[in-house]
Design a protein around this ligand. Structure first.
Ligand SMILES: [Zn+2]
Length: 266
């Protein structure tokens, strides 16, 4: 349930960014392969990831959607998978980020990349420059969410010695990889600065409500609360049940209170 919520909210986060007229947003969709997928491609083993591993697909023409489809294609006999695939149009999460996927080529011991790392496949088709921008943006947002730095990034190469992500090593010196990490670092810094600016605004809005309490009883930022409320409102719209709708209203108002906003009655 928690994962479901985070994924949905993640999509919402991107919509929010778009509304704010910011530079980037990556279309992120969740389309998990079934647990029953053959060749153990989704073993269902729990994973508490500590790094993110970057790959290229090794296929010059496949899109993210093609790569997702290949995982459940009956002709595919490989025990190989990944968590997210991204192209110039979208990112698709195909295995939950807290489950093992087979992408690092280094076996299944507990310290292996396969058991500890989120695998992201970067497509080689289409507008590759755009794809790289999308990937850097997505990775920066993932690092921010986890309070990680770029020291958490790995190449497939780091786990197994495979020349992957191959397009980041066309000169044999991994210059493309260094550029990618730099690009993620810049985007991460930008995201942090945006967040700091918003936190500052929140402080002004919530200031002085309760002189006995430094935070005015506020336990959540207005921004976070409103993101969750927008998520709830999608379920609200979908529900024909009056009781359920009242419950959504109540939850939304709890979030408004927790973030120092006035409750709304309908
Ligand atoms: Zn790889």
């Amino acid at each position: 349930m928690l994962k479901f919520y985070l994924s949905i909210n993640y999509v919402d986060f991107k919509n929010w960014e778009e509304e704010e007229g910011e530079e980037m947003s990556v279309n992120y969709r969740v389309e998990h392969i079934p647990r029953s997928t053959p060749y153990n491609r989704r073993p269902g083993t729990r994973m508490d990831a500590s790094t993110i591993t970057i790959h290229n697909t090794g296929n010059a023409s496949s899109t993210a959607s093609n790569e997702r489809a290949w995982l459940t294609n009956s002709l595919n006999t490989n025990t190989a998978s990944f968590h997210i695939v991204i192209d110039d149009k979208e990112a698709i999460e195909v295995i939950p980020l807290d489950e093992v996927a087979w992408h690092a080529g280094d076996g299944s011991r507990s310290s292996s990349g396969n058991r500890t790392s989120i695998g992201i496949e970067i497509c080689e088709s289409g507008n590759y420059g755009r794809t790289l921008q999308n990937a850097a943006q997505l990775v920066a947002e993932m690092l921010l969410e986890r309070n990680w730095g770029t020291d958490r990034l790995r190449r497939h190469y780091d786990w197994s010695g495979k020349n992957c992500p191959r397009i980041m090593n066309t000169d044999g010196k991994w210059t493309g990889w260094k550029n990618f990490v730099d690009s993620v670092a810049a985007k991460l810094q930008q995201l942090k600065e945006n967040n700091d600016g918003e936190a500052g605004n929140d402080d002004v809005r919530s200031g002085g409500q309760n002189p006995d309490n430094e935070n005015g009883g506020v336990t959540m930022s207005v921004e976070d609360a409103n993101k969750i409320i927008r998520f709830l409102s999608a379920a609200y719209m979908a529900s024909p049940n009056r009781e359920a709708r009242q419950e959504f209203n109540r939850l939304a108002n709890e979030l408004r209170k927790a973030s120092g906003q006035e409750p709304v009655t309908d």
